[in-house]
Design a protein around this ligand. Structure first.
Ligand code: G4P
Length: 283
């Protein structure tokens, strides 16, 4: 399948972020731990110029544990402060405060020299759609949250969430769009659910997904559906349809239904922890 995506509202969202970014010290970039490269937007580097940076690898619960660690090292070697988190279960959150201090150490030092101490740092959370920004903000802010509303000198209408004395989050997540000319990036975004499914063909996506599983996670498909891997993924999907009773009237395999089931099982972790990208492929 040719994975293409033409998002609307891009310019408006980008313009809003350009405004928001003037108010903040730290950009917290949320990426999908299963596809750390494809879920980053290259514009972020330009947008976040001269700001402290931090990467949170979200959905780490769905990705391969050892590959998660390798990715963390990869980003740290590139100079980012990076943490693995699961926003659904609030895992990894306890290290965020220290990591923010580390990411903003230069800024804190500059302030200290100017005699400014204990001024809360202001952060913007950004990432591509569906990466878990809202889940993160809601979960992280749950206990500590106090909305501080408008402040003198701060653009009207901006809501800040005061997490503690040291950190405030801008409560609107910054939405970035995935960018891709590379079909592999498009495929990875589609596999993990970051491209609107309405524009995708489930059967074709499922064939690509089965190929990936047969190559990289041998045994997982057979374990779940009792169907052996095959070079012929069209046949493999047909067999899974039959085994799972996904049939249309007349008893023929309901390919679309079976494809959607497999895609959902893949995305929700029912096929086990899966990383679609590995750091050694991106040196
Ligand atoms: P966004 O603001 O970046 O667009 O993303 P959002 O928070 O809406 O999250 C998108 C989906 O990802 C949600 O699932 C959310 O529950 C899930 N999610 C977010 N963080 C994590 C995580 O760390 N681990 C896992 N496993 N899932 C995560 P949904 O199916 O759209 O909603 P729901 O059925 O979970 O409520």
């Amino acid at each position: 399948m040719n994975y293409q995506w033409y998002p609307g509202h891009m310019t408006k969202a980008m313009r809003m972020m350009q405004e928001d970014i003037k108010l903040i010290d730290l950009v917290i970039e949320i990426i999908d731990a299963r596809i750390p490269i494809s879920s980053r937007n290259p514009d972020i580097d330009k947008l976040a110029q001269n700001k402290s940076r931090m990467i949170l690898m979200n959905k780490s619960d769905l990705a391969d544990k050892s590959i998660n660690e390798a990715w963390k090292k990869y980003f740290e070697e590139k100079g980012f402060v990076c943490l693995l988190i699961d926003s659904k279960k609030s895992m990894g959150f306890k290290d965020i405060k220290t990591a923010v201090g580390k990411a903003c150490s230069e800024k804190i030092e500059r302030d200290r020299k100017k005699g400014i101490i204990n001024r809360p740092l202001r952060a913007l959370v950004c990432g591509i759609p569906n990466v878990g920004k809202s889940t993160f903000i809601n979960a992280y802010a749950k206990k500590a949250c106090t909305k501080t509303g408008n402040k003198p000198g701060v653009t009207k209408g901006k809501q800040w969430i005061r997490l503690d004395k040291t950190l405030e989050l801008l409560d609107t997540p910054g939405v970035l769009w995935p960018k891709f000319e590379d079909q592999k990036v498009g495929l990875h975004l589609a596999m993990t659910g970051s491209i609107n499914d309405e524009i995708l063909h489930s059967d074709e996506l499922c064939y690509d997904l089965l190929k990936y599983m047969n190559d990289s996670y041998q045994g997982r498909i057979e374990e779940r559906y009792g169907v052996e891997p095959s070079e012929d993924v069209i046949k493999q999907l047909e067999c899974i349809s039959v085994k799972r009773g996904c049939l249309v009237k007349g008893g023929e395999p309901d390919i679309d239904k079976a494809a959607k089931m497999i895609i959902e099982d893949f995305r929700s972790g029912k096929l086990g922890n899966i990383s679609v990208e590995r750091p050694e492929e991106y040196v």
